[in-house]
Structure formats: structure tokens, C-alpha cells
Design a binder for this molecule. Structure first.
Ligand SMILES: Cc1cc2nc3c(=O)[nH]c(=O)nc-3n(C[C@H](O)[C@H](O)[C@H](O)COP(=O)(O)OP(=O)(O)OC[C@H]3O[C@@H](n4cnc5c(N)ncnc54)[C@H](O)[C@@H]3O)c2cc1C
Length: 243
């Protein structure tokens, strides 16, 4: 990222930090953007790349080993025991991915009385013999231990039982929020993510989108950069044609 930034700076691209886009007007030919620092920008084309954020682990704790991406952070847990929070498709799919990395055991914890992941995936996960599932269960606290592990406190809402378990890490898959509140009612969205075509064009001419904020299957740095390249080339071509 430091190298990318150096490269962008070498092309004299201005970077405004700690400034948030608060208002947009994409209707006219000139696109308008207003920021929290009171700046106003006008342009013939805009690329939206506001990303998304994982819903944070809902328990206050000093335990450092809490993660939101198994592709990125799973490898160091080979041979170790982890908790996966969330029994949706992400929780089960990511658990299967994590098991393939050589993780010893996974305990999936779901707050509702049943898991909503596809039944076939749930069966596949249970058949490994390495994945335990607890439903109607909340994590109430996590104590960091001197051995680097975490002591997780559980509460079963059906039975009233409280119990603890030592683990090496926690992966939290309880949903993601795309940063699209600004564009609601302006850009066409799909489950909150911006709909784009293969040229990264949105439903508004001159407005493009790229990266995690778009509706797509795989969200990684490489896919975001690929989207960004396409969006930039298309935006340049759009400006050559229409301005
Ligand atoms: C914990 C974690 C670890 C990850 N590790 C890896 C990894 O190792 N390898 C990998 O390939 N991928 C990894 N990913 C995925 C990767 O980070 C994303 O796919 C990638 O960063 C997407 O780039 P983006 O530019 O679309 O969005 P982002 O990187 O999310 O950037 C969006 C930016 O827009 C800003 N923004 C949002 N709203 C506004 C606004 N209104 N005004 C101004 N700015 C705004 C945000 O603050 C943010 O800086 C990880 C993801 C997570 C959550």
C-alpha cells in the first residue's frame, strides 16, 4: 500500500485525508461532492470506492486475536483451536476454508435457535468431526490469558447454562455493512452494494464504482485493484467522449 501511495503521489494525484464525503449530487452533468471539512468538488466523472466494514465483535475485550477475514488471517492458526462467531453461510463456508488450512478444531457459535447456512454446507461441516455448533448461545466475555489464549465465557439462552472454553482465536462473521448510505436512492443497489456492469459503470452516466462497495462475489485487494483499473480507464474514456 505504501508503494501504491508513492506511485499515486508521483502522478500528482491529490490525496485528502481525514475528510469524509457527506453530500453528493450526481444528477447533473457535473457531479458534486461535499465533505465534512467543508470542501466542495465538482467533476465530470466520479469513481465511488467507499468499501465496506465488518460488523464488529460485539463483546468488549482486550483479547487481541479477533479476526474478520479467514483468507487473510487464518494461516497462523494451523493446529490451533478457534471459535467462529455466526452460523450463516459465511460462518460455515469460512469454517470449511479454515479447516483446510489445518486448524485443529472450530466451535461455531450462533445466537439464534438455528443456523441459517445452507443445510448441505452445515452437513459437510459437521461431517468433518472437527466442527462443533452451539445455537441459542451468546459469548458474554473473553479474558486474555498469560499463555496467549483467550478464556471465552458462553451463555446458553435455552438452558441457562454458563460455561467457558480456552481458544487461540476468534473469527467473527456476523455480517458486513457496505458504506453506501450516501448513495441510497441515487445509485442502484443490490443488498446494499452498488450494482455495476463489467465496465464498472453504475446506473448513472459518469458515475463508476470499484472495490468492496460493489455487488460481487470475491472481495480482496487484487479484485479491488482490478475494478479500480477498469473504472479509471472507463472514466477517462467517458471524459474524452463527453467533456
Ligand atoms: C480485517 C481484514 C483483513 C483483510 N486482509 C486482506 C488481505 O490480507 N489480503 C487481501 O487481499 N484482502 C484483505 N482484506 C480485504 C481487503 O481489505 C479489501 O478487499 C480491500 O481493501 C477493498 O478495497 P476498497 O478500496 O474497495 O475498500 P477499502 O479498503 O475498505 O477502502 C474504502 C475507503 O473508503 C473510505 N470511505 C468510506 N466512506 C467514505 C466517505 N463517505 N468519504 C470518504 N471516504 C470514505 C474508508 O474509510 C476507506 O478508507 C481484508 C479485509 C479485512 C476486513
Amino acid at each position: 500500500m505504501a508503494k501504491c501511495r508513492e506511485h499515486v503521489a508521483s502522478l500528482n494525484v491529490a490525496i485528502e485525508e481525514v475528510d469524509e464525503v457527506e453530500r453528493i449530487d450526481f444528477i447533473g452533468e457535473r457531479k458534486l461532492v461535499q465533505t465534512s471539512m467543508g470542501e466542495e468538488y465538482e467533476a465530470g466523472a466520479v469513481i465511488v470506492c467507499t468499501g465496506r466494514q465488518p460488523r464488529p465483535f460485539p463483546v468488549q475485550t482486550d483479547f487481541p486475536n479477533i479476526h474478520y477475514c479467514s483468507v487473510c488471517d487464518g494461516t497462523p492458526y494451523k493446529g490451533k483451536d478457534i471459535i467462529v462467531m455466526g452460523g450463516g453461510n459465511s460462518g460455515f463456508d469460512e469454517s470449511l476454508y479454515l479447516l483446510n488450512l489445518g486448524i485443529r478444531s472450530i466451535h461455531i457459535v450462533e445466537t439464534f435457535p438455528s443456523c441459517i447456512a445452507a443445510p448441505a454446507t452445515q452437513d459437510q461441516a459437521r461431517a468433518t468431526g472437527k466442527i462443533a455448533v452451539s445455537v441459542s448461545t451468546d459469548i458474554t466475555a473473553v479474558d486474555p490469558l498469560p499463555n496467549g489464549r483467550g478464556l471465552v465465557h458462553f451463555h446458553n439462552k435455552e438452558t441457562g447454562e454458563n460455561y467457558t472454553e480456552e481458544v487461540d482465536g476468534i473469527f467473527c462473521f456476523i455480517g458486513q455493512t457496505p458504506n453506501t448510505a450516501l448513495f441510497d436512492g441515487v445509485l442502484e443497489l443490490d443488498h446494499g452494494y452498488i450494482k455495476v456492469n463489467a465496465d464498472m459503470e453504475t446506473n448513472i452516466k459518469g458515475v463508476f464504482a470499484a472495490g468492496d462497495v460493489t455487488a460481487k462475489k470475491y472481495r480482496q485487494i487484487t479484485t479491488a485493484m482490478s475494478d479500480g483499473t477498469i473504472a479509471a480507464l472507463q472514466a477517462a474514456s467517458f471524459l474524452r467522449k463527453y467533456s
